[in-house]
Design a protein around this ligand. Structure first.
Ligand code: NDP
Length: 296
């Protein structure tokens, strides 16, 4: 029977450790969340992040901007938060109403406050394997989820499906870093990949992040594989009168073939939020240290 990579339980353990560290320190981290527009799915994610942060003793500030905000309005808000010494970390909830603004907006966040790790500077640090950059929360959460369940990455062949700048691509870089925690061999697949099933069938670990409900099926796997499902596919269920969430993997159809598999919901999602808290604490510690050094 497959091990269920229970992200809710793993995140709970991680959050407990973060909460303990925060209460033992003489600092109060602060996370500012800039939310532009009124995307209904984002509303839920933002509320979840605020609740989690506050439960840990992190000050969480929501900065709302209307969908009509100009790039100048958004950059002005980020500039103000960059300059505010009480703010440890800043995120801008994606997607923005105007997607073309995204990289300008992410790059405006000060490097030491970029707790989502989406800026070009943070990505460059990830590529170089520098230890002082922020790694984006979903890739980091996936690696921590595997670690929490004792699944090693070193020497494994990991097939990543999806090459977006927030999940697949940074994950592929992280997994292949030369370090004892990673050191994996990665095949990065996308919509142009030919013979996808022959590649997934060679994987020790598959991470799927493509946004297509139940895409990963039994015939694409070899027995004993580990599957990490990042997908969040929302569908309205008229009988229940609410949205339901499905993963990119056909969980019920493949679980018997897997050594371990993450569920959706309750897999990668909670780990992503836990890693945001981890990065916010790391940012607060770094800024505290820098302020102490400057005072010497
Ligand atoms: P994007 O839409 O930005 O990227 C999707 C990727 O999947 C692209 O690289 C695309 O290829 C690839 N793809 C699409 N169709 C296929 C296919 N048939 N075969 C192989 N590759 C394919 O998505 P995101 O990375 O932003 O998100 C992916 C999923 O993960 C979504 O469901 C999202 O909601 C979820 N997500 C979950 C998070 C969590 O915390 N659990 C966090 C972030 C995202 P190409 O580049 O060629 O177009």
């Amino acid at each position: 029977m497959a091990i269920i990579l229970d992200g809710t339980a793993a995140a709970k353990r991680i959050l407990l450790r973060i909460g303990e560290e925060i209460s033992s320190l003489q600092i109060r981290p602060k996370l500012a969340i800039v939310f532009v527009g009124d995307n209904s799915a984002s509303e839920i994610y933002v509320r979840n992040k605020l609740t989690r942060a506050r439960a840990l003793g992190i000050d969480a500030q929501l900065v709302r901007l209307t969908a009509k905000s100009t790039i100048g309005d958004i950059l002005g808000t980020i500039e103000r938060l960059n300059a505010d010494p009480s703010v440890s970390g800043i995120i801008v909830q994606a997607p923005l109403p105007d997607n073309s603004m995204q990289s300008t907006v992410f790059n405006a966040i000060a490097a030491e406050k970029d707790v989502d790790g989406f800026s070009d500077r943070s990505i460059a640090k990830l590529v170089r394997g520098a230890s002082d950059g922020f790694i984006s929360c979903t890739p980091l959460g996936i690696c921590e989820l595997l670690r929490e369940f004792g699944i090693g990455i070193s020497g494994k062949h990991i097939v990543v499906l999806g090459r977006s700048c927030i999940v697949g691509r940074p994950l592929s870089i992280l997994l292949s870093q030369k370090s004892e925690n990673f050191n994996g061999t990665v095949t990065l697949c996308h919509s142009g990949t030919k013979n996808l099933a022959s590649l997934t069938a060679m994987a020790d670990i598959i991470v799927i992040a493509i946004g297509k409900k139940f895409f990963l099926k039994k015939h694409m796997l070899r027995p004993g594989v580990v599957v990490v499902d990042v997908g969040i596919n929302r569908e309205f269920d008229p009988n229940a009168g609410k949205y339901r969430i499905f993963g990119d993997a056909d969980f019920d159809g493949i679980r018997d073939m897997c050594y371990a598999i993450s569920p959706v919901p309750g897999g990668v999602g909670p780990m992503t939020v836990a890693m945001l808290m981890h990065n916010t604490l790391a940012a607060a510690k770094l800024q505290h240290l820098q302020a102490d050094t400057a005072a010497l």
